[in-house]
Design a protein around this ligand. Structure first.
Ligand code: ARG
Length: 455
C-alpha cells in the first residue's frame, strides 16, 4: 500500500509503478535522506511537536537503517516509489507509531530537495578532491620536466619554442578555474529547503534555522515555493562538470597526438594503453580517447536538465524527479576521468630529445631572428619582412634558418653578426621569455611556485 493509501481504492500496475519510481537513482542519496530525517525529527522534538521518546526511537531506527544500507544489507522493495518512502516505511514497520510521526510538517517535496542539495554538496567535495589531486600531478610533472623544450603551437603549426612545464601548467590553471566553478556550485547548493513542506510552509511551529544548523547548511531558503522547485544548483554543478570535461578533452586530444608516431613526444605506460585484437604492433591511447568521448555525455547531462526545467510552473512537478540521474552521471564521469588523467600523466614517459629536436624545426626561431634585427635598430615591421623573405628562401631550398651562413644572412641585412647563432637555439629562445607568465625557465619556476601555493 502506498503512503497515500487513504485516498485511493485502486493501485497502479507493476509497469506503471516502475515507470513512476525513482528508487534506483535515489539509492545514491539514501544517507542524505537519513541525515535529513534525523535533523527533522530532532527539531520536531525540540519544538515539542513530537515527544522525546519518539525522537529517540526514530533516530535509533534510522541509524540502524543507515548502517544496513552502508553494509549492503538493507532490503529494498521495488514497491516503494522512492528512497523517502522505502526508508520511512521500513522505519515505521520497525518502530511503529513513532515512525508514523516522522513526516509531521514535512513533504517529500522539501525532503527530496533537501536530499539532493546535501548530495550535491557531497559530490562537489569529492570532485574538488579529485581536482586537487589532478592539479598536484600536473605540478609534479611540470617540476620533473623543468628544462624540457617543445614546440609551442598556434593553429597546430610550429610557432615558438616553449617549456613542456609551461604547457602542463597551462592545464593546471584551467583545472584551478574548474575548482572555482565547483566551489560556486557547492555554495549554490548550500541552502536549506526543509520546512517548506509541500509548497506553502506549515502550521506546525517548525524551526527552520535549527535544521539549517543541524544539516550544516549555511543559509535557509526564504521562499517555500522556490525551495521545493529550484534545481539551479544542479545546473551549476553540471556546468562546472561540463567545462572541466572540456578541459580534459583538450588535454586528451594532445595526449593522443603526442603519443602518435608522427609526434612521439610522449610514451604512455602500458597500464594506460590497450592493444588491438588483430594488429600485433598496436598500442592505443584508449583512455585519453574515452575521456575525450565522455565529454559528450556530460554536455548531454547539462542540456537534459536545462530542458527538463524549462517552462515548469511552480511549485513541485513530477518532472523534477528526472533531475537526479544527470548530475550524478556528470559528477561520477568527471571524477573517474580526472582520476584516469592523473594516472595517465603520472606514468607517461616524456621523450625530451624528440620534443627538443622538433622545437628547432618549422622556423620557430623566426620571431627571435626578427627581434634580433629590431634590437639592433631596424623597425620591427621591416625586420619581420626581412626574416619572412629568408624563410621563403629556406623553404625553396628545403633548409632551416640555422642552415644559412652568416654571409647569406648579412646579404639580407648587415645588422646580422656572428652572435645571431644564439637567437636560433630553441632552449635559449624559450629561456629568454622571462616576462611574468612567459615560458622562460625563471618565469615558469615562479609560476610553478604560484601554482603550488593554490594547492
Ligand atoms: N520521488 C520524487 C522525486 O524524486 C519525490 C517527491 C515526490 N513528490 C510528489 N509530490 N510526487 O522527485
Amino acid at each position: 500500500m502506498a503512503l497515500w493509501g487513504g485516498r485511493f481504492e485502486g493501485g497502479v500496475d507493476a509497469f506503471t509503478q516502475e515507470f513512476g519510481a525513482s528508487l534506483e537513482v535515489d539509492k545514491n542519496m539514501a544517507q542524505q535522506d537519513i541525515r535529513g530525517s534525523i535533523a527533522h525529527a530532532t527539531m520536531l522534538a525540540e519544538q515539542g511537536i513530537i515527544s522525546d521518546e519518539d525522537r529517540a526511537a526514530i533516530v535509533d531506527g534510522l541509524t540502524q537503517i543507515s548502517a544496513e544500507i552502508e553494509a549492503g544489507a538493507f532490503v529494498w522493495d521495488v514497491n516503494d516509489e522512492d528512497v523517502h518512502m522505502a526508508i520511512e516505511r521500513t522505519l515505521t514497520e520497525r518502530i511503529g507509531t513513532a515512525g508514523a510521526r516522522l513526516h509531521t510538517g514535512r513533504s517529500r517535496n522539501d525532503q527530496v530537495a533537501t536530499d539532493i542539495r546535501l548530495l550535491a554538496k557531497d559530490l562537489c567535495d569529492e570532485l574538488l578532491e579529485s581536482n586537487h589531486e589532478l592539479r598536484r600531478v600536473l605540478a609534479d610533472v611540470a617540476e620533473a620536466n623543468m628544462d624540457v623544450v617543445m614546440p609551442g603551437y598556434t593553429h597546430l603549426q610550429h610557432a615558438q619554442p616553449v617549456l613542456f612545464s609551461h604547457h602542463m601548467l597551462a592545464y593546471f590553471w584551467m583545472f584551478a578555474r574548474d575548482a572555482t566553478r565547483l566551489e560556486a556550485a557547492r555554495t549554490a547548493a548550500d541552502a536549506n529547503p526543509l520546512g517548506a513542506a509541500a509548497l506553502a510552509g506549515t502550521t506546525y511551529p517548525l524551526d527552520r534555522a535549527r535544521t539549517t544548523e543541524l544539516l550544516g547548511f549555511s543559509r535557509t531558503i526564504p521562499n517555500s515555493l522556490d525551495a521545493v522547485s529550484d534545481r539551479d544548483y544542479l545546473l551549476d554543478l553540471e556546468y562546472a562538470c561540463a567545462v572541466s570535461m572540456m578541459h580534459l578533452s583538450r588535454l586528451c586530444e594532445e595526449i593522443v597526438l603526442w603519443s602518435s608516431s608522427e609526434f612521439g613526444y610522449i610514451t604512455l605506460s602500458d597500464s594506460y594503453s590497450t592493444g588491438s585484437s588483430i594488429m600485433p604492433q598496436k598500442k592505443n591511447p584508449d583512455f585519453a580517447e574515452l575521456t575525450r568521448g565522455k565529454c559528450g555525455r556530460v554536455y548531454g547531462d547539462l542540456m537534459a536538465l536545462l530542458t527538463t526545467c524549462k517552462s515548469l510552473p511552480l511549485a513541485y512537478n513530477k518532472d523534477l524527479q528526472e533531475c537526479k540521474e544527470g548530475p550524478l552521471d556528470a559528477a561520477h564521469t568527471l571524477a573517474d576521468c580526472m582520476a584516469i588523467m592523473a594516472g595517465m600523466l603520472e606514468t607517461m614517459r616524456v621523450n625530451e630529445a624528440v620534443m627538443l629536436s622538433q622545437a628547432g624545426t618549422g622556423f620557430s626561431a623566426a620571431t627571435d631572428v626578427a627581434d634580433y634585427l629590431a634590437k639592433h635598430g631596424m623597425p620591427f615591421r621591416e625586420a619581420h619582412a626581412v626574416v619572412g623573405h629568408l624563410v621563403l628562401e629556406c623553404e625553396k631550398r628545403g633548409c632551416g634558418l640555422e642552415d644559412l651562413t652568416l654571409d647569406e644572412l648579412r646579404a639580407a641585412s648587415s645588422l646580422f653578426e656572428a652572435d645571431i647563432v644564439g637567437s636560433l637555439d630553441p632552449a635559449g629562445i624559450a629561456r629568454a621569455r622571462t616576462t611574468y607568465g612567459g615560458t622562460g625557465n625563471s618565469a615558469v619556476a615562479a609560476q610553478l611556485a604560484e601554482a603550488r601555493a593554490t594547492l
